[in-house]
Design a binder for this molecule. Sequence first.
Ligand SMILES: [Zn+2]
Length: 279
Amino acid sequence: MNEDVKATINIKDLFADDNQYNIPVELPFSKTTVKMREMVTSDQKTFLKNITRLDDTDFIQRKIGILFNDLLENICQDLDIATMTLQDKLYLLLFLRSRLRGDNTELSVKCEKCDHPIKFQYSLDRFVKKVKDVADSVETPKTMSFNDSTIVIDAIMIKEEIESDTLLSDKEWVEAEEIGISELSNLMRVTASIKEITVPKGTVVMSDYHMKERYEMLMRMPMDMMTKIVEEISQLIKSMFDIMSDKIEIPCLRDTCDGKTKTEIQIGDEGFFIKSSSE
Ligand SMILES: [Zn+2]
């Protein structure tokens, strides 16, 4: 008898459905730790099935963001995605993607000098490092003073991101994107970034109010105060966009060519499971 013969087990026990949340992930912004479980095939199936159900007229980017929120809540223990910051969500997605597809991804560009196609390896670690660097360098929450008032600004939470999205209709968002009105979407972010305002009359805690009321309050704010706040918050917003993109230079592979092609790698919710056209 061969002692190595394994006992036959039931097919249901092959990949036990024991939901063990045994992967700790330390979030760089909130400095808290969430526990994640392995993602299984049915998680991806649910995700992709929900994408295909999206209506053509939906603002795709927003809906995909929401699908990712659902996915993260499913695979992390006791995670309340609404109270998570945008940056920590991005970090969690990068972590998940590295586990699923490895740290490296193959991309290709065309040499801008000789048109020669160049394939190169890109390490997602670069993004992970960027998120950590920004988390260490950006000061949040931050209190600003104006004559007799103070304003507290802080990172945007997922709940606020979703709420500020509703300030425009799907159609208006699509139009704003098409004609590139970044000021408009920045104003939404400014609305979500202000957490508390204290004037001689008293203090208003923004989370007590719906995003629409917060937005209307901003519309009544004196312009000079608004300008200073936008300047300050722009730094926060810029750090957010800095995280999402990486500009690199790819040297040509041909000995006879000294071309260096500049390319920008962007990471977003889209293209997480589905390969983007540049991949
Ligand atoms: Zn070349």
